[in-house]
Write a protein that binds this ligand. Structure first.
Ligand code: KG4
Ligand code: ZN
Length: 385
């Protein structure tokens, strides 16, 4: 089955074309084309993602991403004479995306309808203005090409991201999934693909958000995760002595649940930097390392607690923050200690992308959970369970 996948929940505009075979037990995923454009540089001056700018950039960039994905998949061919479509219905679907509508009208009729069985699009969670652009694009394509739609939960996408490039795509269930991204920190018990139980979540900031806020306090650019990672690694490699005054708390480390809290950690970084006064480069490196250690300690301890209580047969860790090397190493060790197979996305699929949306979309298509155009409504707070 060929799936066209579209992701616009945050600041990445992504379109992918996948060929998926096999069943839930042993899916076989081939990426035919994977186009992604990050808006990170444009959001930098705002110190975070600015929703209306994200919306406008998705609107500008979806057609170029579609073209790139189709070309990579050898599914792109121009027609000698353009097809005539009912542009009235397209105009009403894309009326809130004038930039996209203009490009759609001039580009889509000039290309051959690609060989696609379903279109998967992110429904939520995320920024609603951004989500709508992808959804309306998917609806318009579905209309002109007469291809069924599936809506995808972005967090299920992160879980499914671990399948691509995995040595063994047969995930032993139940599995425990720790989802760590810019907007979420969740411990999810998955009984099978599509059956999720939320057992813990952050009570305030998400881990990625904490990385981004701590980085900002240290005067580092957005997104802060990779910046802190790089500094912390420098500190580890240079073997800089830990200074007593650079210590951060491990919030909720021993609390009697599977919840997290990271806003106190960010505040602790703020107070510490005030106490230290002018921050030297060494201070920044040490703070970054201590911050990474604090996050690692909390995430690992809570996950271990959940493993001991729920006794799953495998462990999944996914979401943008698992790009972090210290965390990748820590979870590799944790899984080894518990004798569990560990599933982590390949580095290119840790942060937002359309491949993961295509994989989760494939599972929904296998279950024949197609949605009508009107049914797909952006939901910024869509949950897994
Ligand atoms: O999954 P993702 O791309 O978007 C959301 O769905 O939120 O995650 C983005 C988050 C950002 O907060 C970013 O700072 C963080 O992932 N991140 C990292 C690293 N790379 C990205 N955090 C820690 N270490 C990294 N190397
Ligand atoms: Zn994400």
């Amino acid at each position: 089955m060929k799936i066209l996948a579209i992701e616009t929940s945050c600041d990445e505009t992504a379109v992918a074309l996948l060929e998926c075979e096999g069943d839930f037990k042993k899916p076989d995923i081939t990426v035919l084309g994977n186009a992604l454009l990050s808006q990170v540089m444009q959001h930098r001056e705002y110190g975070g993602v600015y929703p209306n700018l994200a919306k406008r950039l998705h609107s500008q960039n979806l057609i170029p991403m579609l073209k790139e994905a189709l070309q990579a998949a050898h599914e792109f061919s121009e027609l000698p004479t353009p097809t005539t479509y009912n542009l009235e219905s397209i105009t009403s679907i894309l009326e809130r995306e004038p930039e996209l509508l203009k490009q759609f009208e001039t580009f889509i009729p000039t290309i051959k309808k690609p060989d696609i069985d379903a279109i998967a699009v992110t429904q939520g969670p995320g920024l609603e203005p951004a989500l709508w652009v992808g959804i309306n694009f998917a609806r318009a394509l579905s209309e002109v090409w007469d291809i069924p739609l599936v809506s995808v939960n972005h967090m299920e996408g992160h879980i499914a991201s671990v399948l691509y490039g995995a040595k063994n795509t047969t995930v032993p269930f139940p599995t425990l999934a720790l989802l760590i991204s810019g907007g979420h920190t969740e411990l999810v018990l998955a009984h099978t693909w599509g059956a999720y139980e939320l057992i813990g979540a952050t009570r305030d900031d998400a881990v990625g958000e904490a990385f981004d806020k701590a980085a900002r306090i240290l005067g580092l650019p957005y997104p802060g995760g990779p910046e802190i990672s790089t500094l912390a690694e420098k500190a580890r490699n240079s073997n800089t002595e830990i200074q007593d005054e650079i210590q951060l708390p491990r919030p909720m480390l021993d609390s009697d649940d599977f919840d997290f809290s990271f806003s106190g950690l960010k505040t602790a970084v703020l107070y510490l930097t005030r106490e230290l006064g002018e921050l030297s480069d060494t201070h920044k490196m040490l703070l970054a390392r201590e911050f990474e250690d604090a996050v690692r300690d909390v995430l690992v301890r809570k996950t271990e607690k959940a493993l001991e209580e729920h006794i799953p047969k495998s462990l999944i860790v996914a979401g943008g923050v698992i790009a972090n090397k210290t965390l990748r190493n820590a979870f590799t060790t944790l899984a080894e200690i518990h004798g569990l197979p560990l599933y982590i996305p390949i580095p290119e699929l840790t942060t937002d992308n359309a491949v993961m949306i295509g994989i989760a979309g494939y599972f929904k298509a296998l279950r024949e959970e197609f949605a009508s155009s009107e049914e797909i409504v952006a939901d910024g707070n869509l949950t897994l369970a």
